[in-house]
Write a protein that binds this ligand. Structure first.
Ligand SMILES: Cc1cc2nc3c(=O)[nH]c(=O)nc-3n(C[C@H](O)[C@H](O)[C@H](O)COP(=O)(O)OP(=O)(O)OC[C@H]3O[C@@H](n4cnc5c(N)ncnc54)[C@H](O)[C@@H]3O)c2cc1C
Length: 373
């Protein structure tokens, strides 16, 4: 297959790039390794519910007040947001014993919004707007080779080139680029080291979601928000849909990836439900459904290096090191390549916008033609 722009990766950055290129009538192909689109955006549906996947196993929040791109994209895609449910008291669980205290102070989550229908709605809306036959799932690419002024992209299993393109946009976390893709000729060593040093945001985390027929915490004047030193979940929030149920609570698991692996998913879930019961009462012990998503075990998100806990939000941004002979043909576009909002959904859009500004020489593309700028 021959194309103008090959997009590798169908997370938010890859899908947004495809959407903008399609608006500009630029020929592209998007190849995604997994059998689904969205990358770190991943929604779960209540079993048997005809509605789409409402429960966020990856990103849940946007901050439209200071994230202009995601705010604009949500409007453009006819989606809507609603405020994170914060009505009622928060709970604080101490490290030892059964001491749980209640507080009514301002929540640290003020100003956080959720996308109606879950962040998966962004993926669905973008995908629906792409031309037919331009996206291929279950198509991991692992080798890029420069040949006769163009780039051949291979699956890495020795088979013939899957795609030949004039330019390649790698919409991937930097560590996956450095750790899972081979380049002929190789990327400059200084750039490779820079890519390895950029942690994939939230890749070491795991989320547990529990669904209930009633929002029993709200009935007790609780917001569902809880902060725990005891665990296994360190932070818990209301994850219910904007309207109706099933209602939901979700928590970030405090154990490091290695500890989670030794505990095992079933034991982890059972201690998480015991914690919800300690905090919110007996109804928490019998959810309608539960979901556990351990991102650290997902090879299309996390590398071994991402198993070490992050103490702070890393400094992200476009590559500082030269890209060598790949200059002008290879573009790095995942969220971690954004300077202002790196690691976040907003960053995925920021990184792509930055690249589209530089994509001159593609018919119909250029700074003055990027919509909405
Ligand atoms: C648990 C969790 C909670 C989060 N919470 C928030 C939040 O509340 N708000 C927020 O703004 N952000 C949050 N984030 C971060 C947010 O999810 C990311 O910033 C965003 O989704 C990154 O999008 P991306 O397209 O750059 O990368 P990704 O979503 O990682 O997409 C990369 C894509 O490339 C594919 N791929 C990988 N290797 C290959 C290959 N070799 N060939 C082809 N395809 C490949 C992957 O399958 C994936 O689809 C959270 C992340 C996690 C994990």
């Amino acid at each position: 297959m021959d194309t103008e722009v090959l997009i590798v990766g169908g997370g938010l950055s890859g899908l947004y790039a495809a959407y903008r290129l399609a608006q500009q009538d630029v020929e592209f192909q998007l190849l995604e390794a997994r059998d689904r689109l969205g990358g770190r955006i991943c929604g779960a549906a209540y079993p048997g519910d005809a509605r789409p996947a409402l429960y966020d196993l990856g990103p849940a929040w946007v901050w439209p007040d200071f994230q202009p791109r995601i705010a604009r994209l949500i409007r453009e895609l006819d989606l809507s947001v609603f405020e994170q449910f914060l009505h009622g008291d928060m709970l604080h669980e101490q490290a030892a014993g059964d001491l749980v205290t209640r507080s009514s102070g301002p929540s640290p989550m003020r100003g956080s919004y959720r996308v109606s229908g879950g962040t998966q709605a962004l993926v669905t809306a973008l995908t629906e707007r792409l031309p037919a036959n331009h996206v291929r799932l279950s198509s991991p690419l692992h080798r890029l080779r420069q040949r006769d002024g163009r780039i051949e992209a291979h699956r890495g299993d020795g088979s013939a080139a899957a795609v030949v393109a004039s330019r390649v946009l790698l919409a991937l976390p930097p560590r996956l680029i450095a750790g899972t893709m081979a380049f002929e000729p190789p990327l400059p060593e200084a750039l490779r080291r820079e890519l390895v040093s950029a942690p994939t945001w939230m890749a070491g985390h795991a989320k547990i979601v529990a669904l209930y027929d009633r929002p029993f915490w709200r009935e007790q004047g609780l917001s569902g928000e809880a902060f725990s030193r005891r665990g296994p979940m360190t932070e818990i929030h209301d994850a219910s849909p904007v309207h109706g149920g099933p209602f939901a609570l979700f928590g970030f698991v405090g154990h490091a990836p290695g500890a989670r692996r030794s505990i095992g998913e079933a034991a982890l879930l059972s201690t998480a439900l015991a914690q919800l019961q300690r905090l919110f009462g007996a109804p928490a012990a019998t959810p309608l459904a539960t979901f556990v998503k351990d991102w650290a075990r997902d090879p299309y998100t996390a590398t071994e290096l991402d198993l070490a806990p992050l103490g702070h939000h890393p400094e992200y941004g476009p590559p500082q090191q030269a890209i060598g002979s790949w200059s002008g043909q290879l573009h790095l576009a995942g969220s971690e390549f954004a300077a202002a909002h790196g690691g976040y959904l907003e960053g995925a859009l920021e990184a792509v916008d930055g690249i589209l500004q530089t994509l001159r020489g593609i018919p119909g593309q250029g700074e003055d033609r990027i919509p909405g700028r």
